[in-house]
Design a protein around this ligand. Sequence first.
Ligand code: KDG
Length: 345
Amino acid sequence: MRKRFRVVSAFLICALTGFLLTGCGGTQSSTADKKVEKKVIKVAIGLNEESPEFKGLQKFKEIVEKDSKGRLEVNIFGNAQLGDDVKAMTQLRAGTLEMSGPSSSPIASLDKKWMVFDLPFLFPNEEVVDKVLDGAIGQKFLDSLSQYGIKGICYYENGYRQLTNSTREIKSPADLKGLKIRTMENPVHLAAFRTMGANPTPMPFSEVFTAMQQKTIDGQENPSTTNYLQKFYEVQKYNTLSNHVYTPFVIMFSQKIWATLPKEDQDIILKAGKESSVYQRQYNREMMKEAVAGMEKNGVVVTRLTPEQQKAFMEATKDIVTQFQAEIGTTTVQEVQAEIAKYAK
Ligand code: KDG
């Protein structure tokens, strides 16, 4: 009897303690609540919601949220709402922002070796781009970002860059003479346009549309998907498919925040990066054709260069490699060139 009394009172004490701790009807302890607490990953990019970069990140979000069973939540901020490429990288390094996807070009402000991807006419086609960026060299570049407080995740496609302007049709470097062209904040781009006779001016992406609208610049250069989806046709009349350089997006994470994530979450993010990059590149390449047609439909004069005309642009910029080789690092330039040659047919 006494034993039975002890069991019943022990049960009552437990039940009462539980009631007091969790409140009426509550079944989750505070420890359990913590377990389901969401970790929010903010991603900052400069392009808008229609861009292939944004679409790729939406795929990334879908995979991460599914694989983490909702434990990780991805919030994408387009239109440079959280800052342009350079500012976003500063926030990653400080640990005040989780993720970003800048062009490779502004990374040169941290490490000059990234300028290798800014060399004009470096990549012969997108198949070679994929092989080089997804191969050992691409990974080496991503890994090297850790010394700047950044975890490199993967590459998305920005693409071959094409000239636009509001003044005249560009068929040769001579046509660029005196035109005020916005470039990314990168010395190789500035030098290349100076060499071609233009008057280049570096500027963050979010200021470009207004600068063209207010005619403080005559033109800019970006892949066709950007030129079309950012509605540059509203303020630009001419578009030359110059393919003068291929620049990728580098999807990156704050190293400080990365270090706080459990291995399981890091793996989920890396896997989602890889899978979404395949999707994003495919999406970008399909959208590219639509984008050129879209520019034309909106009244832009699209100029397709003949192989001879294209050669004139290559000729005009051929000394840029020698000019920047030492700054980039001779070994890096040679390594990347050799890798490209290996895959180029
Ligand atoms: O989201 C990426 C943009 O911020 C930017 O990198 C786009 O290519 C670009 C440019 O011209 O600045």
